[in-house]
Structure formats: structure tokens, C-alpha cells
Design a protein around this ligand. Structure first.
Ligand code: HH2
Length: 263
């Protein structure tokens, strides 16, 4: 899943793709580099980010959704606002990526009344406060339980399990230790039986390991994507599609190759 941030303030690529033609060109490039899904967002959810008005978010994302939805890959809309979900689906998006896991008013209904895919993400708190003091007893068990409940809430209103993806929400109300614990035990999230999406790309946990600033965290991000896939992730949400795609080709070659039989 290639990231297209149509924002002035995203933590690693803010304002690079703020106008629609540039965002569309970027999305096309990510598809050429191997992205199988494009995720378009008009509001940064980095820690401390200011919320964006509905009108502004619509103004940012709709031309980009329209411009990219004719491509061969599905377009996902990264939003927690029900109006943006509905408008983006009308404009050609086929997936909702909600950091709020369809807990907002009307969002379950918006997803139910279309045939779109849905990503349910775990977050503790909200982007303004989530990194102040994240706390868990057992982070893996609590995130897993939350996601299981959100899957059940979707199924209860008639959103088929086959349409769902779950995401532990790396960096969303989690310390570095919480993020690493979740990555280490991602298989426990995958055991829910719903495809897992992992978003570690350029995140600060990786920067805390290597000391590099966000734009220089490519190797770290590729390593994290590879580790996530090895632990059961079906989708990795990344900025650096070309590099990640190559790394995943190597992994696939190793996992798919028939072991040589010396006899
Ligand atoms: N991370 C970000 C945004 N949306 N969605 C899912 N499902 N999973 C994630 O881990 C996730 C997400 C934050 O990354 P980014 O879009 O690069 O930054 P910003 O929120 O500053 O635009």
C-alpha cells in the first residue's frame, strides 16, 4: 500500500504533494514502482497534529481520488470522517482506512451501505494526546481484543469479514517498547484470521533505533516491512514503495523456492 499524503504537515512528506496534480503524479509513480493499493489522506494524524476542517479535507482528497481511481489498483481513503468516507467512495475509492476503526457516528453505516474494503486500526487516545503517556497491561492482548471487538461490531451490522483488514496502529498511542512488542508478536494479531495491515514506514520508533530523521529512515522502514510480512502482515503501508517492493520480492523468492534435494 503506497501512501499519498495530500497534506501540508504529514510527519515525513508534508506539503510535497499538497496540490492535486502532484499528488496524482506521485500516486501513479507508486503504482509503477509496485504498489497494489494507494492510500490517500488529507489530514495528518501524527502526534499533536491539528484537525482539519471537513471542507478543507474534501478539497484536498477528492480530486486526487478521482484522478487515481481509473488506475488498475484499488484506492483507499485514509479518514475518520463519515462525510469524507461517503464522498470518496462516490468519487471512486474502494476502501476506507479509518484510524478510528469505524467508531465515529455513522461510519459503520457508511461502510455497510457500500461494498468497500475496510481497515480497522487500533489507537489509544487521539492524535492530540496519544503519545503523552501510552499505557497498557499487555499491549498485544489489548490491541488484539480491541480489533476482535471492532471486527465483531462490523459483522453485527452486516459488513462481511472478507471485507475487513485489521491494523495494530504502530505509533498511535504506543511507546517504542509497545511498538516493538507488537511487531515481535504480530502473529498474535494475524491469528484473528483477518488480514493484517502494518504501518511502520518512517515512524519515530525506527528513528529512535537508528537516530535518523524521518526522510532518512528508508532502510529502517524496509527492514520493518519485511519483519512485519514475516510475522504475518498481508499489507504494508509504506512511503518508499520501490525499495520495499524489491525487498519483498527477495523474501518471496526465498519462501517460494523449492528446497534443493541433494539426492
Ligand atoms: N499511519 C499513519 C496514517 N494512517 N493508517 C493505518 N491504517 N495504519 C497506520 O499505521 C497509519 C495510517 C501515519 O503515517 P503518515 O500518513 O505517513 O503520516 P501523517 O499522519 O503525518 O500524514
Amino acid at each position: 500500500m503506497g501512501i499519498v499524503n495530500v497534506t501540508p504537515d504529514s510527519f515525513s512528506d508534508g506539503s510535497r504533494f499538497l496540490d492535486a496534480p502532484r499528488a496524482i503524479a506521485h500516486g501513479r509513480r507508486l503504482v509503477d514502482e509496485g504498489a497494489d493499493i494507494l492510500d490517500i489522506g488529507g489530514e495528518s494524524t501524527r502526534p499533536g497534529a491539528e484537525p482539519v476542517s471537513l471542507d478543507e479535507e474534501l478539497r484536498r482528497v477528492l480530486p486526487v481520488v478521482e484522478g487515481l481511481s481509473s488506475l488498475a489498483v484499488p484506492v483507499s481513503i485514509d479518514t475518520y470522517k463519515v462525510e469524507v468516507m461517503r464522498a470518496a467512495l462516490d468519487a471512486g475509492a474502494s476502501m476506507i482506512n479509518d484510524v478510528n476503526a469505524l467508531r465515529g457516528e455513522g461510519t459503520l453505516d457508511a461502510a455497510r451501505s457500500s461494498n468497500c474494503g475496510v481497515c480497522l486500526m487500533h489507537m489509544q487516545g487521539n492524535p492530540q494526546t496519544m503519545q503523552l503517556c501510552p499505557q497498557y497491561g499487555d499491549v498485544v492482548a489489548e490491541v488484539r481484543e480491541f480489533l476482535a471487538q471492532r471486527v465483531a461490531a462490523c459483522e453485527a451490522v452486516g459488513i462481511a469479514r472478507e471485507r475487513l483488514v485489521v491494523d495494530p496502529g504502530f505509533g498511535f498511542g504506543k511507546s517504542k517498547a509497545h511498538n516493538l512488542q507488537l511487531l515481535r508478536h504480530l502473529n498474535a494479531i494475524a491469528s484473528l484470521g483477518v488480514p493484517v495491515l502494518a504501518g511502520l514506514s518512517r515512524k519515530s520508533t525506527l528513528g529512535k533505533i537508528t537516530g535518523k530523521p524521518a526522510l532518512e529512515r528508508v532502510s529502517e522502514s524496509v527492514a520493518a516491512a519485511l519483519l512485519a510480512v514475516q510475522r504475518g502482515a498481508a499489507i504494508v503501508r509504506v512511503h518508499d514503495v520501490d525499495e520495499t517492493h524489491d525487498a519483498l520480492l527477495v523474501l518471496a523468492a526465498i519462501e517460494d523456492s523449492t528446497p534443493l534435494n541433494p539426492s
